[in-house]
Design a protein around this ligand. Sequence first.
Ligand SMILES: NC(=O)C1=CN([C@@H]2O[C@H](COP(=O)(O)OP(=O)(O)OC[C@H]3O[C@@H](n4cnc5c(N)ncnc54)[C@H](O)[C@@H]3O)[C@@H](O)[C@H]2O)C=CC1
Ligand SMILES: O=C(O)[C@@H]1CCC=N1
Length: 277
Amino acid sequence: MKQETTVAFIGAGSMAEALISGMTKTLYQPEQMVVTNRSDAKRLEYMQQTYGVRIETDKEKAVSEADIIILAMKPKDAAEGIASVAHVINEQQLIISLLAGVTTEAIVSLIGKQVAVVRAMPNTSAAIGQSATAIALGHYATDAHLAIAKTLFETVGIVAVVQEQDLHAVTGLSGSGPAYVYYLVEAMEKAADEIGLDRAVAKDLILQTIIGAAHMLKATNKHPSVLRKEVTSPGGTTEAGIGVLEHYRYQEAVIACIKRATERSEELGQALLSSVK
Ligand SMILES: NC(=O)C1=CN([C@@H]2O[C@H](COP(=O)(O)OP(=O)(O)OC[C@H]3O[C@@H](n4cnc5c(N)ncnc54)[C@H](O)[C@@H]3O)[C@@H](O)[C@H]2O)C=CC1
Ligand SMILES: O=C(O)[C@@H]1CCC=N1
């Protein structure tokens, strides 16, 4: 990435912060980034103080001076947010959208110009360089734009290039995915409490169990069911525990969860289209 490249964030929430936190630890200088939001000046000050990025209350100024514009507002705020800066966007700029469910076609149409859009679905682990991000090209985006976006997201983790229609599934799977893992950890912590373990001890054990299992999946490349069976002694504790998960249809619940999140991504895209009709 050339040093003079400027990246403007429209939106300064959780995902913008995760990206900025990761990007400023790698290829990007904080001064290359300018952050805007709707109205929360305190939040902008926090971003400046924490990451050294530039902040700007004049969104039009931030956008007009940027090479890359990252759409980081909620899908429900996108129509208004994009409309407020569309007149200062030009065809030389690259738009990267983080908006769940919203198509590149809808973004091009809201901007009203033949502008290059790359749609991306990272996750909040970008904050520590561990995002699983998928990206897809919009109609006016070229392979050169794809390469720029890929380089940008590789500073915060791994990147898969997918067809745009697959981004709904990616959103349900890995965009929302960290929350499913955190929910499991919450349950493990509650269980540890109920079975009388010291909280601090339990916290360390749970964390290392999750890290260890993730590393085992990666390092051994074994199928998760094989690794699971290696833990499960016949007539032992794991078998007894998994029996309870089966009783509560744990896998069915996880599958239904990911399908529902995928469907919700589609709904968010539809809701934006209906709001601008
Ligand atoms: N949080 C996550 O794990 C992920 C979020 N995303 C996507 O990233 C986007 C942002 O999500 P979060 O950061 O979680 O939301 P958030 O609610 O934490 O932040 C949204 C930000 O947008 C700003 N905003 C709202 N309207 C605006 C406008 N008209 N002009 C300028 N700024 C405006 C708000 O002031 C706020 O700073 C969403 O579209 C979401 O689908 C994508 C991947 C993961
Ligand atoms: O919950 C959401 O809508 C966003 C998209 C993926 C993760 N967070």
